[in-house]
Write a protein that binds this ligand. Structure first.
Ligand code: G1P
Ligand code: ZN
Length: 544
């Protein structure tokens, strides 16, 4: 085999964020940019010679070019086998499933998740370890360190591989296997959920659903499972073809960006159930007939109903949620008598808890829900979990939520995003909040009294690693909270996220609109953080 050692120089800013390295496509297109990062990944790993690497991405623009480069570099660096999704495509949860099923050493996932795609869109790359989950911080930090000192990278010299057919290719000493990930993924789902019960529901004639794949990676998975296997009528999956520019959309399954689905679900002849998934298939939004389920509530409902679902009937070991996620799932955990954990934002913090069997279900307010079946959040899994519950309970989504709140209380919740604000102004806003840590406690602000405020820090209970500065919390004496943090996944300026939560045990108030229930907290967030003064914005770009 002929391999080349190419001389290179470090690029600034190749620091992985909440979920890998995300930049504009044009940044990745610079000569050596991708190669440097890939070599830095390999340089931070030990003893992978002869082992298996999984490679795949969400199919966005530049995916196919990047895959060919990664294949050549993985061969040159000494992997023994490479499993690659057909056409270079694997959804993020499917990649996690494949790493686990084939006991791979690790995987490289190409995705910028819910960020727009296309020539001027975003691209991303991350490394997942052998448990199938995102590399923990010690690995991402090692990768970053390598990017700062890199002098050369290794690349093999062979023609681009045709990835359009399921095939096994011997390239020098390396086996490159092109796999159809839908099959492996569908098999896993069939083990966890009662497909017969879901099929009965979907073909009953009294139940209908819509799934919006947002022209992104979940389309083929959803069509195969929902339509071909479970009998939902053709057309149940909308925007089911995965396009390189995601049809010019912003594939983030929320009330703003999944507007076509929202229109259907809030329209006159709305189906009983609606769902959407994001660019790389790990996020989900759940809707009932004219009813939105907040992701924090969705996690709580899945936990409270897990005993009805085959894969989880034996009980949950525990539940984990990210800090800004509402505490709804905590109430369920308390009722079940199982432990619950509060981690920093980002799925990588759930991996250790899942591996140690401390938790079975995990969730984030950012439309992420998952379980120990993989080590990523999993959009379609959440949809199937909901369908299984609906098939068993034979109730509407709304009535399931109303009963849930009556039993556990309702955590009113909303997130305000201020996207693309000036990065320095955003840092200054956070700095100003930290300056108030000593003066705020005990202050009475309207009907709320500040209990404490801090910068959330987390000590991993398994490996004792400490992560600091994970979001500013202002917690009131009644448990209500406002959390401020800056996004770690954006590629332009900064995104300020403001998370608002209040707990309402009184059932007569549960029907209230969240924005109304949270109105005073929303005003307090502005008063304390001076968002308008710092960012110049008088309203958020997205409310979820
Ligand atoms: C966002 C979400 C976070 C999620 C991540 C990857 O990160 O807030 O919960 O894990 O995307 O999907 P952020 O941009 O806030 O850093
Ligand atoms: Zn995603």
């Amino acid at each position: 085999m002929s391999t080349h050692s190419i001389t290179t120089k470090p690029f600034d800013g190749q620091k992985p964020g909440t979920s890998g390295l995300r930049k504009k496509v044009t940044v990745f297109q610079q000569p050596h940019y991708l190669e440097n990062f890939v070599q830095a990944i390999f340089n931070s790993l030990d003893n992978f010679q002869g082992k298996t690497l999984v490679v795949g991405g969400d199919g966005r623009y530049y995916n196919d070019t990047a895959i060919q480069t990664i294949l050549k570099m993985a061969v040159a660096n000494g992997f023994g086998k490479i499993l690659v999704g057909r056409n270079g495509v694997l959804s993020t949860p499917a990649a996690s499933a494949v790493i686990r099923k084939y006991q791979a050493f690790g995987g490289i996932i190409l995705s910028a998740s819910h960020n727009p795609a296309g020539k001027d869109g975003d691209f991303g790359i991350k490394y997942n370890i052998s448990n199938g989950g995102p590399a923990p911080e010690k690995v991402t930090e090692a990768i970053y360190t390598h990017t700062q000192t890199i002098k050369q990278y290794q690349i093999a010299d062979f023609a681009d591989i045709n990835l359009s057919q399921i095939n096994t290719i011997q390239q020098d000493d390396v086996v490159i296997q092109i796999i159809d990930s839908v099959t492996d993924y569908a098999e896993l789902m069939a083990q966890l959920f009662d497909f017969d019960a879901i099929r009965t529901l979907l073909t009953s004639g009294t139940f209908s659903m819509k799934f919006d794949a947002m022209a992104a990676v979940t389309g083929p998975y959803a069509k195969q499972i929902l339509e071909n296997t479970l009998g939902a009528p053709q057309g149940t999956v909308m925007r089911g073809e995965c396009l390189a520019d995601f049809d010019g959309g912003h594939p983030d399954p929320n009330l703003t960006y999944a507007h076509d689905l929202v229109e259907i679900m809030f329209g006159k002849s709305a189906p009983e159930f609606g769902a959407a998934s994001d660019g790389d298939g790990d996020r989900n939004m759940i809707l009932g007939k004219r009813f939105f389920v907040t992701p924090s509530d969705s996690l709580a409902v899945l936990a409270a109903n897990a005993h009805l679902v085959r894969g989880y009937q034996q009980g949950l070991a525990g539940i984990a949620r990210s800090m800004p996620t509402s505490g709804a799932a905590d109430y369920v955990a308390k009722a079940l008598g199982i432990p619950y954990f509060e981690t920093p934002t980002g799925w990588k913090f759930f991996g250790n808890l899942l591996d140690a069997n401390k938790v079975t279900l995990c969730g984030e307010e950012s439309f992420g829900t998952g379980s120990n079946h993989v080590r990523e959040k999993d959009g379609l899994w959440a949809v199937l979990f909901w369908l299984n519950i609906l098939a068993v309970r034979q109730q509407s989504v709304e009535s399931i939520l109303v009963e849930h709140w009556a039993k556990y209380g309702r955590n009113f919740y909303s997130r305000y995003d201020y996207e693309g604000v000036d990065a320095q102004a955003a840092e200054a806003l956070i700095h100003n909040l930290r300056q108030q840590f000593s003066s705020l406690p005990k202050q009475q602000l309207g009907s709320y009294q500040v209990d404490f405020c801090d910068d959330f820090s987390y000590t991993d209970p398994i490996d004792n690693s400490v992560s600091t500065h994970q979001g500013v919390r202002i917690v009131f004496t009644d448990g209500s909270r406002i959390v401020f943090r800056l996004s770690g996944t954006g590629t332009e300026g900064a995104t300020l996220r403001v998370y608002l939560e209040s707990y309402e045990p009184d059932v007569t108030k549960h029907h209230m609109d969240a924005q109304i229930a949270l109105a005073e907290l929303i005003a307090l967030a502005e008063q304390i953080a001076k968002i308008k003064t710092y960012t110049g914005r008088d309203k958020p770009s997205v409310i979820t």
